[in-house]
Design a protein around this ligand. Structure first.
Ligand code: S3P
Ligand code: PEP
Length: 442
């Protein structure tokens, strides 16, 4: 078993994270300068796995992410009858088979699994049960459960509308029209759209409510659906129509994970170093423009060359005011940068991240406060005022991106002691070793 993945274990049912792995964030002794090679995007790997499982023939997933979220997704698909061969870490082969229950799926703490797999499992013949880590049961699921019911699927959820879930598949989903409030997560929309070509009548999905966050992830969903042969119309705001049709098996080449790269870019910005993400494609389905804009506003320089995507710290780290709703998963690391910046920041528009791996707004308010930052907590974000900082114990709440945030602060603040770094296995099991190696080069 690879390092990090050993942190998942089964305790009376769902996989939970095992013994905490305390970790001292290494302080930088100079500018961090490195070229990093990172595994594939979690979001693209998850979508490729679902689309491959629903396709008319085998698919190959090149350069997938191998981490807890994607390995549990592969295991979930296997449980319902799909062959997912992960023997070659750089080339996964997915051979679809008829979906069938009975099956039990462990979603871990992955939003992508708990929102993407139930609509696919509804196409199975038989019963498919879903559960996950303790906190997974707190993550919102109501809109997707209600939508599936509206589309003719028999599904039981907990009294609060979330996990554990039981999908009673009949081998067919009627599909048709459904209205949801997807302001709590773009994954409600993505999850329904990904399986929609296989619904008898396809799907017309309308969102009604406050804005749907994470627009770039919705675009990734529709791009990948079209790349697999689906007919998708998104010309009307907040309405998506997917025609019933055949998804084609194909080769997916997964881009390096941009969200996973952000802490490494942050290391360059904080230390006045230079970090290049190797293998970055000329055209990306991830929100690289938005990330470049944010780093530029922080004071760094961002360039894209044949070598990859590069962030260079200039010695200036400015506070920023930003609506992060499009890139909300970056809030923890951007908050860490705000703590180290020269002036105050306001990071808003991310109320829904209270339903992420943990309530990230509350968690950041508590932990950034512990290292000395001045924090005002809003319903939808944080105001962060830089103040003299000091080392402290930093709780990570089983949240990989809280660990990344702590690591970034630890570059400048000696004595940042993470309660657990094992949680980084969710998306990058190699994080502690990669980070330590990078910082040692500084
Ligand atoms: O579809 C996806 O792959 C994701 C969508 C976003 O979810 P939310 O819209 O719930 O923020 C993002 O934060 C998450 O990390 C990955
Ligand atoms: C929100 C995140 O994950 P998930 O896919 O579990 O929602 C994240 O990775 O920051």
């Amino acid at each position: 078993m690879r390092p990090g993945l050993g942190t998942a274990r089964r305790q009376n049912g769902p996989v939970t994270t095992a013994e905490p792995r305390p970790w001292s964030a290494p302080p930088a002794t100079g500018p961090v300068t490195a070229t990093v090679r990172l595994p594939g995007s979690k979001s693209m790997t998850a979508r490729a796995l679902i689309l491959a499982a629903l396709a008319d023939g085998p698919s190959v997933i090149e350069a997938p992410l191998r981490a807890r979220d994607t390995e549990l997704m592969a295991a979930g698909l296997r449980a319902i009858g799909v062959e997912v061969d992960t023997t070659d870490p750089d080339r996964w082969v997915v051979t679809p088979g008829p979906f069938r229950g009975p099956a039990r799926v462990d979603v871990g703490l992955a939003g992508t699994i708990m929102r993407f797999l139930p609509p696919a499992a509804a196409l199975a013949e038989g019963v498919v049960e879903f559960d996950g880590d303790p906190h997974a049961r707190n993550r919102p699921m109501g809109p997707i459960v209600e939508a599936l019911r509206g589309l003719g699927v028999a599904i039981e959820s907990s009294p609060t509308g979330g996990l554990p879930l039981t999908v009673h598949g009949s081998g067919l989903v009627e599909g048709g029209e459904v209205v949801i409030d997807a302001s709590g997560s773009s994954q409600f929309v993505s999850g329904l759209l990904l399986s929609a070509p296989c619904f008898a009548k396809g799907l017309t999905l309308r969102h009604e409510g406050p804005p749907v966050p994470s627009a770039p992830h919705l675009r990734m969903t529709t791009h990948m659906l079209r790349a697999a042969g689906a007919v998708v119309d998104e010309s009307v705001p907040d309405v998506w129509t997917v025609e019933p049709g055949t998804l084609r098996g194909r080769t997916w080449t997964i881009e390096p994970d941009l969200s996973g790269a952000v802490p490494f870019f942050a290391a360059a910005a904080v230390t006045g170093g230079t970090v290049t993400l190797a293998g970055w494609p000329a055209d990306s389905w991830q929100p690289v423009g938005r990330v470049a804009e944010i780093f530029t506003r922080l004071g760094a320089e961002v360039t894209q060359t044949a070598e990859g995507l590069t962030v260079r710290g200039t010695g200036t780290l400015r506070g920023i005011t930003a609506d992060l709703s499009e890139v909300s998963e970056l809030t923890p690391v951007l908050s860490a940068l705000a703590v180290l910046a020269e002036g105050p920041s306001e990071l808003r528009g991310v109320e829904h991240i209270r339903g992420h791996e943990t309530d990230r707004i509350a968690a950041l308010a508590a932990e950034l406060g512990k290292v000395g930052a001045g924090i005002t907590e809003f319903r939808d974000g944080l105001r962060i005022e830089p103040r003299p900082l000091h080392g402290a114990g930093f709780e990570t709440y089983a949240d990989h991106r809280m660990a990344h945030a702590a690591a970034v602060i630890g570059l400048s603040v000696p004595g940042v002691e993470l309660t657990d770094v094992g949680c980084t296995s969710k998306t990058l099991p190699e994080f502690p070793e990669l980070w330590a190696g990078l910082v040692a080069k500084g």
